[in-house]
Design a binder for this molecule. Structure first.
Ligand code: NAI
Length: 244
């Protein structure tokens, strides 16, 4: 279904990003994984994509918050791959704390990675999409950005920002056959949430479907949006009903 297309996935080395990389590879896309920390994990994801799905996959270390680094990494990916048409902005961090005590650096780091990171990647890939007359951008937001969450003002601001960014990009680039949508996950079992027990009663009681989500649940929604030709500017919640 995605054979002949190349997908860039930021934060693709683990958690939701790894599941998205594997899902898009299973649909035939070649995969460029961008990661911040573990080369070993990123290469493991690429190996799995190549061996299981017979697609081309490469890993690139890059800090998405850095404008110049993202420009260079997109140039590298362009030299290594053909037909770059899919971008999944998934890289994200949390630096939780109450507003009365939050350090300026905790606010800045989260906005720079989660929101500016998505801007940087779209800024450097949109020219390629316009030239190819095809683009499918999916940004990972969060239910925190839709409803707010105490202790996460930096994170919810970045994720609400993603929603505004998504809709404006969708309006700006629609005429070029470029869609831009967002997925807002709820509580998903990954490294990001491992310190909050997965069977935590108060969290589960807020989820009508009564379980934490799996990275694959989010990856399925991303793949749906990547394959959809007539959906743009939308936000799909993958949260077991948490934020309805
Ligand atoms: P994770 O912590 O397991 O993985 C995050 C990924 O982002 C890693 O691959 C990491 O290397 C990468 N990353 C972090 N900072 C980066 C940077 N500056 N440059 C490049 N890569 C960077 O997190 P998880 O849970 O897989 O989250 C993925 C996305 O989903 C994030 O945007 C997160 O905010 C969002 N999300 C997660 C939820 C959850 O419950 N796990 C809920 C709602 C949203």
């Amino acid at each position: 279904m995605l054979k002949g297309h190349t997908a860039i996935i930021t934060g693709g080395s683990r958690g939701i990003g790894a599941a998205v990389s594997e899902k898009l590879a299973s649909l035939g896309a070649d995969i460029a994984v961008i990661y911040a920390g573990s080369t070993e994990l990123a290469e493991q994801v690429c190996r799995k994509c190549e061996e299981t799905y017979k697609v081309k996959a490469r890993a690139y270390q890059c800090n998405v918050a850095d404008f110049e680094q993202t420009k260079e990494v997109v140039q590298k990916i362009r030299a290594d791959f053909e037909n770059i048409g899919i971008l999944v902005n998934n890289a994200g961090i949390t630096r939780d704390g109450l507003i009365a005590m939050m350090k300026e650096s905790a606010f800045d780091e989260v906005i720079d990675t989660n929101l500016k990171g998505a801007f940087n990647m779209i800024r450097h890939t949109c020219g390629i999409f316009m030239k190819g007359k095809y683009g499918r951008i999916v940004n990972i937001s969060s239910v925190s950005g839709l409803t707010g969450n105490p202790g996460q003002i930096n994170y919810s601001a970045s994720k609400a920002g993603i929603v505004g960014l998504t809709k404006s990009v969708a309006r700006e680039l629609a005429s070029k056959n470029i869609t831009c949508n967002a997925v807002a996950p709820g509580f998903i079992s990954t490294d990001m949430t491992k310190d909050l027990a997965q069977d935590n009663e108060s969290i589960l009681s807020a989820i009508p479907l009564k379980r934490a989500g799996r990275p694959e649940d989010v990856a399925d929604a991303v793949a749906f949006l990547v394959c959809a030709d007539y959906i743009t500017g939308d936000v799909i919640r993958v949260d077991g009903g948490m934020a309805m």
